[in-house]
Design a protein around this ligand. Structure first.
Ligand code: SF4
Length: 221
């Protein structure tokens, strides 16, 4: 069942339907169990060619009617700001069916109502959930939003990268996983960093569209 949300940024978006629960009440990370309202599971088509992986759900806002954030909706990237941005980007390239998830699926609270970075142990705990998702969906391209999502996915192949910003929109082949990793800017920070990279807002959006389309075309050639 999906519900419509009034337009906020010029594009009407479908709110994601089914959430793909892998381990109901997962309690591998005690500190996150204490923080979270809901586990923010992946949404989208299990046969999708595009998978989007974020870092972890934010605090969200329970006062908002629909786009309250994954910590409240139990669905990845369903916040008013970052969730809508990512889903708009997908809708613009007719990929609203993309599988959308997070590397760490519970809100890592900082004790003051905001996010802290997940610990290495928490990332490791949740990595098996992400691996199950990748092995199930078998996406052609994984779009990682931000440095931490990118490094978590690379860790699945025991790989690391130096730096991050110079890797933006530069595809990385993942031979063991049989897919291509495409790092993009985290939606919360993209306005700052895309300007530093020399993109206008439109240029950056177009560059992301083109990079995803190229990764998909390369697979079918
Ligand atoms: S972050 Fe992942 S591994 Fe940790 S409790 Fe939540 S669902 Fe489980």
């Amino acid at each position: 069942m999906s519900e419509a949300e009034p337009e906020e940024s010029g594009m009407a978006l479908e709110f994601p339907g089914e959430r793909h629960v892998l381990e109901a009440d997962c309690a591998r990370c005690p500190a996150l169990v204490a923080c979270r309202e809901e586990i923010s599971w992946g949404t989208g088509d299990l046969d999708a060619n595009v998978m989007v992986v974020g870092e972890a759900p934010g605090a969200g806002n329970p006062e908002v009617e629909t786009w309250r954030g994954g910590n409240w909706t139990g669905k990845a990237y369903t916040a008013r700001h970052s969730g809508r941005r990512v889903r708009e980007l997908l809708a613009e390239i007719d990929r609203s069916d993309a599988y959308v998830t997070n590397a760490v699926k519970c809100f890592p609270c900082d004790g003051e109502g905001s996010n802290r970075e997940p610990t290495e142990t928490e990332r490791e705990n949740c990595r098996t959930h992400l691996l199950v998702e990748i092995e199930t969906v078998e996406p052609t391209v994984i779009v990682a939003t931000g440095k931490h999502a990118t490094t978590t996915i690379l860790a699945l192949e025991d790989r690391t990268i130096d730096g991050f910003v110079d890797r933006i929109l530069a595809p990385i082949e993942l031979a063991d996983l049989g897919t291509t990793l495409l790092p993009i800017l985290h939606p919360s920070y993209q306005d700052i960093w895309r300007a530093q990279l020399g993109y206008s807002a439109d240029e950056y959006r177009t560059a992301v569209h083109d990079a995803i389309r190229t990764a998909l075309d390369d697979d079918s050639s």
